[in-house]
Design a protein around this ligand. Structure first.
Ligand SMILES: [Fe+2]
Length: 407
């Protein structure tokens, strides 16, 4: 069986990496750029420093600093139109996952002259997006090395996934200094998201030796270092390891694809406004236990990467149990929730959420339209790259456990 690994983004990482920003923009031929950010990031000292660096390099700056908690189709479409009107030739995103998703969406819309909704799905746009530089300010989404943008559409009450080989950012700049001012709750939530990317990539049915290497090392770094990078932000080495591991996790899942945690979380995010990190993070231990039952070799390697010492004769069930326990202990130590509340995910919507997950993560708006016509029953399989088939009924059971009990 053949597999392809593709990740064309240039990655500059380490203390002081932000200093290359102006030069990187110049090398991409940017002269007049849109800087994309949000109201919190745009008040940070490093953000002002970044703008100064760009201006000192002779770039003409326009700004969009109103990104919301989720990237929004309406904002992206409006900014894409502004980019065309103002003859902007590059996009620089400085922020977390939503800011980077917004920047990517704007770069796609700007050159394709349509709404992002029309571009949703896999490689569903023709023109190469504008050159993009991404400066992540969390160690989390990994969007800086990803072709995908995940965007909320308020008009249709859903979340769209859009991307293709043309939409990788050109440059990612990973500077651990940006993590120093991150609140511990945000560092924990985004760190858990990165860990889910690595775990889903490693257990994916589309994984390869290359993605396995990246994913396993990311699991090791995040499981071993998240406590320090979240609880003791002064530790620069821990922050550097976390921000690099988050990118590695996304290089892995960008090629091996994501599984049930992200697939089941999508309707909760679209319809119940559950934050992405809370959706995937709470689902992950249960989804991991579900999938590892068909991956006996990988179950041992996951446990080891999570820091578990297994006896030589450990059974598959013991290895899975130990991994789930290790994840649970990590969540408790960094202050990440083990379950959802009834207010976040009401019991009486669980079946509906399981049914809405059926088209999978990469279906685009056409897949969502098909869902409305499909006949769905207990045995309908959720579309996913995960190694084990999951039915609507099984998804509903997993939702129920996430709501009722801690792991
Ligand atoms: Fe994620």
């Amino acid at each position: 069986m053949t597999s392809v690994f593709f990740m064309p983004t240039k990655v500059v990482s380490g203390a002081g990496a932000l200093q290359v920003l102006g030069r990187a923009a110049g090398e991409l031929g940017m002269t007049r750029v849109l800087v994309v950010s949000d109201p919190i990031i745009s008040r940070q000292v490093y953000y002002a420093d970044a703008l100064s660096l760009l201006e000192a390099s002779g770039l003409n700056l326009l700004r969009f600093e109103d990104c919301e908690v989720d990237a929004r189709v309406r904002q992206i479409d409006a900014q894409g139109e502004r980019v065309r009107r103002e003859n902007i030739d590059g996009v620089i995103s400085i922020g977390g996952g939503s800011v980077m998703c917004a920047g990517k969406g704007i770069a796609i819309v700007a050159t394709n002259g349509t709404s992002l909704r029309a571009c949703s799905g896999v490689a569903n746009f023709k023109n190469r997006p504008l050159p993009m530089i991404m400066v992540p300010t969390t160690a989390g989404s990994g969007s800086e090395v990803s072709q995908w943008t995940v965007v909320k559409d308020d008009d249709h009450h859903d979340k769209l996934v859009c991307g293709g080989p043309l939409s990788f950012p050109n440059v990612a700049i990973l500077d651990p200094a940006v993590l120093a001012s991150l609140p511990p709750s945000v560092a924990a939530a985004t760190g858990v998201d990165a860990l889910t990317h690595a775990l889903e990539a490693f257990t994916s049915g589309a994984s390869s030796p290359i993605t396995d290497g990246l994913a396993l090392e990311a699991i090791r770094q995040l499981a071993g270092g998240l406590r320090s990078s979240v609880c003791a932000v002064s530790e620069e080495a821990a922050r550097t390891a976390a921000i690099v591991a988050a990118s590695m996790a996304n290089m892995a899942c960008g090629n091996a694809r994501l599984g049930h945690a992200h697939t089941l979380s999508l309707p909760l995010e679209s319809l119940l406004d559950l934050p992405h990190t809370l959706g995937v993070g709470v689902l992950m231990p249960h989804v991991l236990a579900f999938n590892l039952t068909v991956l006996p070799d990988k179950a041992i390697r996951v446990a080891e990467a999570l820091g578990v010492r297994l006896p030589g004769d450990a059974s598959l069930a013991a290895a899975i149990q130990a991994s789930v326990r290790a994840l649970r202990e990590l969540y408790i130590d960094i202050g990440f929730p083990l379950s959802w509340t009834e207010a976040q995910v009401p019991h009486d919507r669980l079946r509906e959420m399981a049914e809405r997950a059926v088209p999978g993560l990469y279906a685009g708006s056409e897949g969502l339209a098909r869902l409305r016509e499909a006949e769905i029953g207990d045995g309908t399989v959720i579309e996913s790259f995960a190694p084990r088939r999951m039915t609507v009924r099984q998804a509903e059971s997993i939702f129920r456990v996430c709501l009722a009990d801690p792991i």
